[in-house]
Design a protein around this ligand. Structure first.
Ligand code: C2E
Ligand code: CA
Ligand code: CA
Length: 745
């Protein structure tokens, strides 16, 4: 091996550039295979103290194909192999190439074939089939030639490695995306992202992910950065506010990324900036050393992909949140509560379980507040109640909004009990400018082992709540086994009512209404009765709500209208017949859509002028779904029918709303009439009469039982009165006799 001047020149140029003499970098592992030990010695000499592409060389020597095989069994990290073709056999080297590529799967390793004889070059196919880098005869291999050949091989090796690394990274990214997509919660997603980035960089996951705190529905100010995932040395930081993690350097790096909306590549760390929807996050990773340019690019690609997933996760999380939460109060919803009850039922069996209770809290007359003071006030009240429940019970109990105005509370019995809950509603709730007194009705149930799942427990509490709502003397009830029969009982009543209605067994009775100023008959109210074999089957206060609930009231109400019209018609011959007949109308009748048509038809069939019919609707009907109801009322009014608001004063109608309603009369609720003689002075009755006068409406007092009440109301200027003082409701034939005998008082 003789150096030519030309070769030395080349070497010189190389020395100046890529070949450095000193390096601390990891060496290139190079396998030298030759059956001639002199070749090994010469190669060692030629390559001594040589560095290529900034790295020294590590030569590993093998004297035969067999020895090579043994080495490759142990290590395969060779960047290049200098391979003698002819060894044990003529083609031992070529055989080895096959083994290297196929058996040992060393696809990236570069191979330089060396042969003693110029004529023994392998077939061209071998080069392409086995990806051989270079081929030269040993005589050609000067030091310079050897180094340039190696340099080309190593450069090629490095490129192949980079490409392979990138592909591995991209594959990892491609695989990471669906994996991350599956995590539906931001913290599992964040953990996944952290692990994927670390895997890409081939370092242990050692870092944190920060995002804004709060539910995914929260928008607004970007404060409250929280550690949503943490791994490695920082794993203790999970769920802490960023400012509490105790490293100003990390805080600064993360803040920098979030402020500049960009990744930060530091000396020992990397911060990736992620944005999805209107949520931002930063992944902080301890890398120990600066990450290479290639890795940076890969990480940026991964970050872009993660960002895409992140938006998705935020979306899914939002959907999940909505699925299990009430968006108004941010409390859990019925679905979540049922799951929590399910757990409570499962726990109930274990010996260490503390005694638990579930309460359903229903706000009394909520629809009146909502309709009367507006939905905004209604929502405000619900939010205020939710907040108060949360302050009182949030620590130990699960709170949910499980219906429009029904809250569920699950927790230890010593917390979830009537006394504690009752106390919560002693103070008024302030909503806007309103101070709202709120009363509630509650149903309680106790989770018992083996008594079914969460749904059963919820049903038990609902049954107790319904029982409490119907009770007159208590505003709460605990579920008891026999109450389930109660539900069956009510279904039975509905069935029975339908049967008797079809069999025309229902009746309408009438109660006179007297003009307070003249003492003459003013009108009469039609009141439904359900007669049975012995007395009444059920009072209207029991069966009418059930008829409403089942929808049966639409047909029954239509029949009451016909019957009342018929009855009124039959009074035509009486000199003091009432000016009108009042008929009660329920919400389902308004919802049926053809109430006006039915009323017009019935009046037509009975040849009655519309002015003889008065429809009584409750305050909540008048204020519920205002647009639909008001247009219906307006049509009825246009027809000439009178409209009265029943039980007036028990709702929350505002003056503005009253003005907007097409009505003729306010019917003062019996409770205010009862107050007149109970020493409380009848202040409400007085206010209602004054209100009526201001709005140009008539007023009628119901439940008038005494002369004192009648006198008081007359003094106020109340138009009419109805009550036992004058007459109880009675069948038509009795009414006729009663009317014939009526002397004005
Ligand atoms: P309402 O419309 O407020 O009817 C007045 C109720 O007070 C009637 O009870 C009547 O019998 C009772 N009452 C009348 N005068 C006095 C009195 O001086 N003292 C006392 N303590 N009570 C008096 P009733 O007939 O049991 O009806 C109860 C409720 O059932 C009615 O309350 C009404 O909301 C509903 N209702 C009755 N008939 C019908 C109907 O045909 N259709 C609809 N949708 N509801 C009806
Ligand atoms: Ca009525
Ligand atoms: Ca009434």
């Amino acid at each position: 091996m003789t150096d030519t001047p030309q070769d030395n020149d080349k070497l010189h140029i190389i020395d100046d550039g890529d070949v450095e003499s000193i390096s601390t970098h990891e060496p290139w592992p190079i396998l030298v295979v030759d059956d001639d030990s002199e070749v090994h010695a010469a190669t060692r000499l030629a390559l001594a103290r040589t560095t290529i592409l900034g790295r020294p060389l590590e030569l590993v020597h093998a004297l035969s194909a067999r020895e090579t095989m043994a080495i490759l069994q142990k290590r395969r990290d060779f960047a290049a192999v200098l391979l003698d073709v002819v060894m044990e056999t003529e083609t031992a080297g070529l055989q080895l190439v096959k083994e290297i590529r196929e058996t040992f799967g060393m696809a990236e390793c570069r191979i330089i074939l060396r042969t003693g004889q110029p004529g023994s070059a392998p077939e061209i196919a071998v080069f392409t089939d086995y990806d051989i880098n270079d081929y030269c005869t040993k005589s050609e291999l000067t030091r310079t030639r050897l180094i340039t050949a190696l340099m080309a091989a190593l450069r090629s090796y490095q490129q192949i490695r980079t490409i392979a690394e990138n592909r591995r990274g991209l594959e990892l990214i491609v695989r990471a995306v669906p994996g991350l997509m599956e995590s539906h919660a931001i913290n599992t997603f964040a953990e996944g992202a952290l692990a994927q980035i670390a895997a890409l960089l081939k370092i242990p996951p050692d870092g944190i992910v920060c995002a804004q705190k709060g539910s995914p529905l929260e928008t607004g100010e970007k404060s409250g950065l929280y550690v949503v995932a943490a791994a490695g040395r920082l794993s203790g930081c999970a769920a802490t506010p960023l400012e509490k993690i105790g490293s100003s350097a990390i805080i600064e790096a993360i803040t920098h990324a979030l402020t500049n909306h960009d990744h930060v590549f530091g000396e020992h760390f990397t911060v990736l900036f992620l944005r999805g929807g209107n949520q931002e996050a930063a992944v902080y990773l301890e890398t120990g050393a600066p990450i290479s340019k290639d890795d940076r690019q890969l990480v940026e690609v991964l970050a872009a992909n993660i960002t895409a997933c992140f938006a998705n996760v935020k979306y899914v999380e939002k959907l999940n949140f909505i699925a299990y939460h009430d968006t108004l109060t941010r409390l859990g919803n019925r679905s979540l509560f049922t799951l929590q009850l399910e757990t409570a039922m499962q726990m109930a069996g274990s010996s260490c379980a503390i005694p638990m209770a579930v309460a359903l809290v229903d706000i009394d007359h909520f629809s009146d507040i909502n309709n009367g003071l507006g939905q905004e006030v209604g929502n405000g009240l619900l939010t205020a109640v939710a907040a108060r429940l949360h302050i009182q019970f949030g620590k130990e109990c699960q709170i949910a909004r499980i219906g429009a105005d029904v809250f569920g509370i699950l927790g230890p019995e010593k917390q979830v009990n009537p006394t504690r809950l009752q106390a919560l509603f002693e103070q008024h709730f302030s909503v806007g400018e309103h101070q709202l007194p709120v009363t509630v009705t509650m149903g309680f149930a106790i989770p018992k082992a083996g008594a079914g799942g969460g749904n059963t427990l919820l049903k038990q509490a609902s049954i107790a709540l319904n029982r409490a709502k119907r009770a007159h003397n208590a505003n709460y009830t605990f579920f008891e086994g026999e109450m389930e029969d109660d539900t069956r009982w009510r279904l039975e009543i509905i069935r029975h009512l339908r049967r008797d209605f079809t069999a025309q067994k229902l009746a309408v009775w009438y109660q006179p209404q007297i003009s307070l100023s003249t003492g003459k008959i003013a009108g009469m109210e039609a009141l439904l009765r359900w007669p049975g074999e012995t007395g009444f089957v059920q009072p209207p206060s029991v069966f009418i709500p059930l008829a409403e609930y089942s929808g049966l009231i639409v047909d029954i109400g239509d029949w009451v209208l016909q019957t009342a019209a018929d009855a009124y018609r039959s009074l035509a011959h009486l000199p003091n017949r009432p000016h009108h007949v009042s008929v009660n109308v329920s919400m389902p009748q308004f919802k049926s859509g053809n109430l006006t048509e039915r009323v017009a038809a019935i009046l037509g069939e009975h040849m009655l002028p519309p002015s003889v019919l008065e429809l009584e609707i409750t305050e909540s009907i008048a204020l519920d779904q205002p647009r639909h109801v008001i247009s219906c009322l307006r049509d009825l009014r246009d027809l000439g029918v009178r409209i009265a608001i029943d039980d007036f004063g028990t709702g929350y109608s505002s003056l503005g709303q009253l003005k907007a309603l097409p009505i003729d009369c306010l019917k003062i609720d019996q409770s205010f009439v009862a107050e007149i003689s109970s020493g409380r002075g009848g202040m409400f009755a007085e206010t209602i009469v004054a209100l009526g006068q201001k709005l140009g409406l008539e007023t009628i007092a119901e439940g008038v039982e005494t002369a004192e009440q009648a006198g008081f109301l007359r003094g106020l200027g109340c138009s009419d009165a109805q009550g036992y003082y004058y007459a109880k409701p009675m069948p038509l034939h009795e009414l006729i006799t009663w009317l014939e005998n009526w002397q004005s008082r």
